[in-house]
Design a protein. Structure first.
Length: 297
């Protein structure tokens, strides 16, 4: 089975056919199944364009087509979304997507091959390469070559046009609206100025305590932390304890060295004691003891 080229294929290759030439049923099916949770899609880097695209396994496609989410959509659009009951039905529907260039068969490259080709990847984003074979096996990979249009895009466009025209006609606004905009803009600027000044003040206080005190003082320690607005001003202040890792490590080293010295002394003393010859008194005592034992017998 021949595979169509990607929409962002290199120069000289066949591009994706115009959207109006696609099968309406294929468009409806791709839109219904594109973000189905059962697909468990991952992002991969295409070797042809170095762009990130979503890809999935074929067996995930079969599960998505049999999911409750798809069945609900199928009931709403029975004329466009097909009913699939057997494995052959699933394959026929999937072939329609391939022919309309909605999905492209790919192979996942190993990390070594990807690095040899100069492709920057990570553990979560492997490199994928389009292939000319589509066997529809369970573990075969396919990449999406289709992104459905956002249904809210016309509304966003209309809002953008209204905002632009509203700014152009600002001199014609009522006096109360212009005064409201003036107060809001000045309030925002004052707040940003106070925030900047507060950051400078807390930095100066920290540097002073860093030089002249053992502990450092932080005013609003969570001011620039990744927390909420209210949590940024809690607590009011905080004392930063100096790091004691270096001192502890030095103490541990001193204790270790002293213990090693003591062990060496003990071992040397025991060696000396074992090497000393027994004295005459010691021999005499031992002989006397033996004689006493003989007399007792």
């Amino acid at each position: 089975m021949s595979t169509p080229q990607l929409a962002n294929a290199p120069p000289g290759s066949q591009g994706m056919p115009p959207m109006q030439n696609k099968d309406p049923k294929a468009l409806a099916l791709a839109t219904a199944i594109r973000y189905n949770k059962c697909l468990k899609q991952r992002q991969g880097i295409l070797t042809s364009s170095k762009n990130r695209s979503d890809f999935f396994r074929y067996k995930r496609w079969e599960r998505a087509m049999q999911s409750d989410e798809y069945l609900k959509l199928q009931l709403k659009k029975p004329d466009l979304l097909p009913i699939v009951k057997t494995k052959e039905d699933l394959q026929k529907v999937f072939v329609v997507l391939i022919k309309n260039q909605m999905v492209i068969p790919v192979i996942k490259l190993s990390t070594k091959v990807a690095k040899d080709r100069g492709i920057t990847i990570d553990k979560q984003t492997p490199a994928i390469e389009p292939t000319n074979k589509a066997t529809l096996t369970d573990d075969e990979y396919y990449v999406w070559n289709f992104t459905p249009a956002n249904p809210l895009m016309p509304l966003y466009s209309l809002l953008a046009i209204i905002v632009v025209f509203g700014l152009i006609l600002f001199p014609l606004w009522p006096i109360w609206m212009r005064q409201g905009v003036w107060w809001i803009s000045n309030t925002v600027l004052v707040f940003l100025g106070l925030l900047l000044a507060l950051g400078v003040v807390r930095g100066i206080i920290y540097l002073i305590t860093l030089i002249f005190m053992k502990r450092q003082f932080w005013l609003f320690p969570n001011l620039f932390a990744d927390v909420g607005v209210i949590e940024s001003f809690k607590p009011l202040y905080e004392w930063e304890e100096p790091s004691t890792k270096g001192k502890k490590s030095n103490k541990n080293k001193a204790v270790t060295s002293s213990s090693q010295i003591e062990e060496k002394k003990v071992s040397s003393n025991s060696a000396k004691a074992s090497s000393v010859k027994p004295s005459a008194n010691t021999i005499k005592k031992r002989v006397a003891t033996v004689e006493e034992v003989v007399d007792d017998e």
